[in-house]
Design a binder for this molecule. Structure first.
Ligand code: ZN
Ligand code: ZN
Length: 239
């Protein structure tokens, strides 16, 4: 503890985004200015897919898509809008191979998604898997690192080896919604269904764009017999 205090004086924490000194002893190293530009996703939102409604005030209600389509997941929530410093952090985390950024991202998600923690009442946290080839190229699975932070914070076991990506898929970036769905169809498999049967699962990924990846994962988890599948993503692309 004393050593930590001494280190903080000698090497004061810097903001992950702008490198400004962080005053005090914040757990998440984001300066007040950067923190202030982060868009936290709040009600009113769609209780199924979690998309925030443009009109502020009022209560949660289904979005147009969830009114007609059936979703294989029971609820999906994202903590933050995918723009500004959040987009920058996630970009550096994934493509700049800054694995340590999983910690602030996971802590932000657990801080702002307490409601999901209660509603999901998850038995296990299941990160969206990467294909072995992409895992080798990147060096880590970003969803697994974020999932590990949330798992530790919320005291839920992490199950990172039972949902597998069995088919190579091209990156979803730049694909239209329909192409994204086609791209990931049948890409996931549960290795040992009995481990997920009757369980309440919390699927974790970094970004929710059109939701096609988590939808396909949730389908595989439900097929394996999961009782409920909730989805946590740190950020969400907002139009
Ligand atoms: Zn900053
Ligand atoms: Zn919806």
């Amino acid at each position: 503890m004393l050593l930590k205090a001494l280190l903080d004086i000698l090497f004061p924490p810097l903001c992950h985004c702008c490198r400004a000194f962080i005053p005090g002893r914040a757990e998440i190293h984001l300066c007040p200015a950067c923190m202030g530009t982060i868009r936290v996703i709040d009600s009113p939102l769609c209780p199924v897919c979690g998309v925030p409604h443009a009109r502020k005030g009022g209560i949660d209600h289904l979005c147009g898509t969830c009114l007609t389509a059936t979703r294989p997941f029971d609820r999906a929530r994202s903590a933050l809008g995918f723009d500004g410093p959040v987009q920058d952090l996630i970009h550096r985390f994934k493509y700049g191979k800054k694995a340590h950024l999983s910690r602030p991202l996971g802590l932000l998600a657990s801080r702002f998604l307490e409601g999901l923690r209660t509603d999901a009442a998850a038995d296990l946290i299941v990160p969206v898997p990467l294909h072995d080839r992409r895992l080798r190229a990147r060096g880590f699975n970003q969803a697994q690192l974020i999932g590990a932070v949330v798992a530790k914070r919320w005291g839920i076991p992490l199950s990172a080896d039972n949902l597998r990506r069995i088919r190579w898929t091209e990156p979803q970036t730049g694909l239209a919604a329909a192409d994204r769905e086609r791209n990931v169809r049948g890409a996931f498999e549960v290795v040992r269904p009995e481990r997920f049967e009757g369980r309440r699962l919390l699927l974790v990924d970094d970004v929710f764009t059109t939701g096609s990846t988590v939808t396909e994962c949730a389908r595989a988890l439900k097929t394996a017999g999961a009782r409920e599948v909730s989805v946590l993503t740190v950020a969400r692309a907002l139009s």
